[in-house]
Design a protein around this ligand. Structure first.
Ligand code: NDP
Length: 461
């Protein structure tokens, strides 16, 4: 069978690969994308998008309860999981079609097959056996959930992939992990009415986030009835009559209807033929790349979660776009991975950008901390016991705001905008010069006058 020649062969039809393909084609390149599962990748098919739809669903419970304080009488609401899942699936199918048609409009060829590398320029489709000669190859195969050590009964454990397709809402669920996915799903299931237990191996959830954020979120999640067990791991899972019996390292056990692990994701590097061509891996297990996403093989590039840099969809999209502009558009662009804003869609939400207090104190000579905790206005009439939290981390030498940490409603929306100010190197004085929008929660970001703490080197003043 003759080889088809292409300028760019992209392996993986997720956020990074699709963006790279579309932009490269726009620059005149002949491009093929291979995807073995569904177009759109993790974010669209079984990640950010369906997750956010479930988050929306879960928040109605509080809305119904809170309505009473505002004079509404809401009949006892009922919830139907199959309706939610069917509607979510319809929306995901629509988005998958949109991804496909956008690529087709951009004149990118799509092959729905697994592709592997035979040598630096030869890509083979596994099912059809067809081969391509590619001038350049982009690996954008993303990541996959990993469950850690092989404990007894691991076959009973689900990941977020299966959580999106459960036939029924579990009455009781135990989730292992203390990161994004564990906590987001804890909020989803608790909001929808499940009894939720989170088991985390460390001292407190959300390792790597600001200590105040970690403490505040834990309290708020516990107020919503989520049981958070720290310094424990799941040691075994046994199928029993009434569900699954989950053993913990302290020898306690729980019987639940579902056991989910959200213990991180590994780069999808297996059986791609990387060893055939000598593509090197980095220390974190992802494909090693330079600032232009180039691997150790000069014509092979990699973007997104498979590189295990910052595993967020917008980062993968930026990397894919920069790759295509650099290689096919004649403008060499390196992605700036500093000060990436991010949100955790827990209940309440978390939004953060820049340095935590601990990181700032470790890297800056002077650090000023401003923080506030307050009851959101809506909670007053609703008589809901909840507080929001905001913190600004300021470089005491330059007055630049170097970090912002928010826990509360719409934290994700707020942090996107604060991210602009931080990227523009705004100072605390410039934050303060902005007129407040009243009454909002975000106004606190421009009205925090009193320093909560001030540090010079290691010693607190
Ligand atoms: P995270 O890395 O965020 O969290 C993994 C959690 O599992 C951590 O608490 C970790 O503990 C714990 N863990 C890891 N290995 C084990 C083990 N062997 N036994 C017990 N616990 C373990 O990964 P997630 O799976 O939650 O999410 C993957 C990535 O996807 C995120 O890092 C993020 O980049 C992205 N994501 C982003 C979202 C968003 O932007 N809103 C939403 C969902 C995912 P420890 O902290 O001690 O290492």
């Amino acid at each position: 069978m003759p080889f088809e020649k292409v300028d760019l062969f992209v392996i993986g039809g997720g956020s990074g690969g699709v963006r790279a393909a579309r932009i490269a084609s726009g620059h005149g390149a002949k491009v093929v994308v291979a995807e073995e599962y569904r177009m759109g990748g993790t974010c669209v098919i079984r990640g950010c998008v369906p997750k956010k739809l479930l988050v929306y669903a879960s928040r109605f419970a509080h809305e119904f309860e809170d309505a009473a304080g505002f004079g509404w009488t809401v009949p006892e609401p009922t919830f139907d999981w199959p309706t939610l899942i069917a509607n979510k699936d319809r929306e995901i199918a629509r988005l998958e079609m949109a991804y496909t048609s956008n690529l087709e409009r951009a004149k990118v060829a799509i092959v729905k097959e697994r592709a592997v590398l035979e040598d630096a320029h030869t890509v083979r489709l596994v099912t059809s056996g067809m081969r391509y000669h590619a001038e350049r190859v982009l690996i954008a195969t993303g990541g996959t959930p990993h469950h850690g050590a092989d404990i007894a009964g691991l076959e009973h454990v689900i990941s977020s992939n299966e959580a999106f397709h459960l036939p029924e809402l579990p009455k009781r669920i135990l989730i292992q992990g203390g990161g994004y996915i564990a906590l987001e799903f804890a909020g989803i299931f608790a909001g929808l009415g499940s009894d939720v237990t989170v088991v985390y191996r460390g001292d407190n959830i959300l390792r790597g986030f600001d200590e105040d954020v970690r403490a505040h979120l834990r309290i708020e999640m516990e107020k919503r009835g989520i049981r958070i067990i720290t310094r424990q791991t799941v040691t075994d899972v046994e199928k029993v009559d009434r569900g699954y019996c989950v053993g913990l390292s302290d020898h306690k056990s729980f019987v639940v209807d579902r056991v989910m692990f959200a213990t991180g994701r590994s780069p999808n590097i297996k059986n791609l033929g990387l060893e055939n061509v000598g593509v090197a891996l980095g220390e974190t297990g992802g494909i090693a790349v330079d600032e232009h996403s180039r691997t150790s093989v000069p014509n092979i590039y990699a973007v997104g979660d498979v590189t295990n840099r910052i595993n967020l969809t917008p980062v993968a999209i930026r990397e894919g776009h920069a790759f295509a502009d650099s290689l096919f558009g004649g403008k060499a662009i390196a992605v700036d991975h500093d000060d990436v804003p991010t949100a955790v869609f827990t209940e309440p939400e978390v939004g953060v950008v820049g340095l935590t207090e601990v990181h700032a104190r470790a890297s800056l000579a002077r650090v000023d901390i401003y923080k506030t905790s307050f009851r959101p206005m809506k909670a007053t009439l609703a008589a809901r016991d909840t507080r929001s939290f905001m913190k600004l981390v300021v470089d005491g030498t330059t007055d630049r705001v170097v970090g912002c940490h928010i826990v509360g409603p719409e934290a994700g929306e707020m942090i996107q905008l604060v991210g602009i100010a931080i990227k523009l190197k705004a100072t605390k004085a410039q934050f303060d010069s902005v007129m407040a929008v009243h009454p909002t929660a975000a106004e606190e970001l421009v009205t925090m006058r009193e320093k909560a703490a001030s540090y010079h080197q290691e010693a607190a003043e």
